[in-house]
Design a protein around this ligand. Structure first.
Ligand code: ADP
Ligand code: MG
Length: 600
């Protein structure tokens, strides 16, 4: 590629030929002569100037149309000497503009005089000059080059039509791209993305194959594993039984979908070799430690590593659970299986560090990540280019969380309901948009409202994301609290089994994924629960739809559907936003086709 083109590619922030072909014209400039003039549309007509006059500082030109002999008048508002000269009486033109009728007379306001007739010029909106992008397209987009990328004849023809149209009918239907063209664009977008991902996956041999028995563990559980838990466990068994390739798998399942059991089953597979599990907070690590002790056979030696305090001897353990304090232990034993829980709450760097820390050699431990951020199946298919993905889309028991949008007038009823829950020894969580007052947010802050709650109720606790004592507050609240006031950023990692009512103030400001995470905190133990979405405004379609489902995977789809709706202010990055044509909620089939094309 020429140096100059390279610079332009860089400016456009693109890397591949398909990136370039996917820069699609936002409109076309068509100078083909109009055969049948249509009112209200842009027409291109041959015309001759028969009269020119100045009226109120405006230039008024009367034409006769060559084709029909009809008269047409035009007004120019910003007149320069150029206009006078250009539209001299007697001169012939091809004029272009919107044709209108006024009292039976044809008019065209500010028409352009077209120099090159019969040409369709694509208009691109990019950071480059029009001539620069046009020349890139001209030079690099050719049938030959597109075939070389692995596209088929229909796809190549479509893309050539889009960038080098011979007529507008060829590309547009009612003013936008033909449906068949859009499905090609979706495909090319998916194909290009997958093509880039492919080849990026790096695999290493495993330290060893792990084939430990899980039966003793499974038979001892107080419940039967759901079929999805079983099938994920089977996926992992296949992964770990290999030594030529270290596992690299992400298990995605909603809050409460029972991922811990999958973690524990994996520990069983690894025996007699060591497993390590990293959790994002010490509360969560402690909880996992307790669950491991409860469900794993007593012969399994378990250790807990946290900043300052450890339990059990991690040098001798079969299963080491810890926080990121693990990353600073220099004598951490080599683990054959490394796991990260609540993966979405760590930085990429921390995750990678753990993997490296436990093995610096040629061979790597098997690596499993667990995430509670549901993603649409299409996205999972995409990501599976880099690592294997298993989805758990159901929960062991239906959680009953009634979700309702409420507003100011519902406040007295809300207070009554809160009192009723507290009378039953249940707990309430109220989420505020901010810690302190702000003029930009039309809601009370945590600090402004705490006085109200503290005067009306006993045992009101307050914490927020930056609160250093957050974990202690949460632990104390779990035992003694009635009401917890917090902000959206507070990560309630621990389960609060008595929590049955959550109020989210200013719910319309939040993305559905965030709302879903917040709602996931109530009703963890099957107690009937409520989620109130408090807003000063009428409920939007987005919030209304949210109240109708509790399935995280459906919500991920809804999030995509409403990704352009203006009422989300928390800046949540929704999944799949980088695609212009492909809809991650719907286009599973397109992604499947793109994948199989790459497999050939
Ligand atoms: P996650 O980590 O996916 O959010 P957990 O593993 O904490 O979910 O499981 C949530 C709750 O469901 C726990 O109390 C757990 O003991 C319970 N549980 C897990 N699997 C099952 C099952 N198959 N049947 C019934 N309860 C289960
Ligand atoms: Mg969990």
């Amino acid at each position: 590629m020429m140096e100059e083109a390279k610079q332009l590619f860089k400016k456009l922030k693109i890397h591949t030929l398909l990136d370039l072909v996917l820069i699609i014209p936002t409109s076309y400039n068509d100078t083909t002569l109009t055969l049948k003039p249509e009112l209200g549309k842009v027409n291109t007509l041959e015309a001759k100037v028969i009269e020119s006059s100045i009226y109120n500082g405006k230039l008024r030109i009367t034409f006769t149309l060559t084709q029909s002999g009809r008269r047409l008048s035009s007004t120019f508002f910003r007149v320069t000497p150029y206009h006078h000269k250009l539209f001299e009486v007697g001169s012939s033109h091809v004029i272009q503009g919107k044709l209108e009728e006024y009292k039976g007379y044809w008019q065209m306001s500010q028409p352009k005089s077209i120099k090159q007739v019969g040409k369709i010029t694509p208009k691109y909106k990019t950071v480059l000059k029009e001539s620069e992008i046009a020349s890139l397209i001209e030079v690099y987009i050719s049938e030959q080059n597109l075939y070389n990328e692995g596209l088929d004849s229909k796809e190549v023809a479509t893309l050539m039509h889009i960038h080098f149209p011979k007529s507008m009918e060829e590309v547009y239907e009612n003013g936008s791209f033909k449906a068949a063209f859009i499905s090609v664009l979706k495909f090319v977008e998916a194909y290009n993305h997958l093509k880039k991902l492919r080849g990026k996956r790096a695999d290493f041999p495993a330290l060893r194959a792990l084939k430990g028995e899980i039966k003793a563990f499974v038979d001892n559980l107080p419940f039967i594993l759901t079929s999805e838990q079983q099938s994920v466990i089977a996926d992992i068994q296949k992964d770990l039984a290999r030594d030529d390739k270290a596992a690299k798998r992400m298990v995605v399942g909603d809050v409460g979908s029972g991922k811990t059991m999958v973690i524990l089953a994996s520990v069983m597979m690894a025996l007699p070799h060591t497993s390590i599990l990293m959790a994002p907070t010490s509360l969560l690590a402690l909880q996992l430690y307790e669950e491991a002790q409860k469900h794993l056979p007593s012969s399994v030696r378990i250790a807990l590593v946290m900043q300052g305090k450890n339990q059990g001897d991690y040098l001798e353990a079969d299963f080491i659970i810890g926080t990121h304090a693990l990353l600073y232990k220099e004598d951490l034993p080599e683990a054959s299986l490394v796991m990260v829980d609540e993966q979405h709450r760590f930085g990429t760097k921390q995750r990678a560090m753990l993997e490296v820390l436990v093995s610096s050699g040629e061979k790597k431990p098997h690596y499993l990540q667990f995430s509670a951020t549901p993603i649409p199946r299409t996205q999972a298919m995409m990501e599976s280019e880099l690592l294997d993905v298993s989805l758990i889309t159901t929960t062991p028991f239906e959680r009953e969380v009634l979700t309702q949008t409420i507003t100011k007038s519902d406040f007295p009823n809300l207070l009554t309901h809160i009192k009723e829950e507290i009378a039953q020894k249940h707990q309430v969580l109220i989420i505020y948009p901010l810690v302190e007052e702000s003029t930009e947010v039309p809601y009370q802050s945590l600090e402004e409202s705490r006085g109200f709650w503290e005067s009306k109720f006993e045992s009101v606790y307050v914490t927020h994301g930056k609160d250093k004592a957050k974990e202690e507050v949460l632990l104390e609240f779990r035992e003694k609290g009635n009401i917890l006031l917090a902000t959206t950023v507070v990560e309630v990692g621990i389960s609060l089994p008595r929590l049955t009512l959550i109020v989210i103030v200013g719910a319309e400001r939040l993305g559905l994924a965030t709302l879903h995470q917040l709602r996931g905190r109530v009703g963890r133990n099957g107690l009937k629960s409520w989620c109130y979405l408090y807003s000063n405004f009428n409920a939007s379609e987005r919030l209304t739809q949210f109240t109708k489902t509790t399935n995280g995977f459906d919500i991920a789809k809804l999030d995509l559907k409403f990704r352009d709706s203006g009422d989300i202010l928390d800046g949540t990055i929704q999944s799949g936003q980088k695609f212009k044509w492909l809809n991650m909620g719907e286009d599973e089939e397109v992604v499947a086709r793109a994948k199989s094309r790459l497999d050939v």
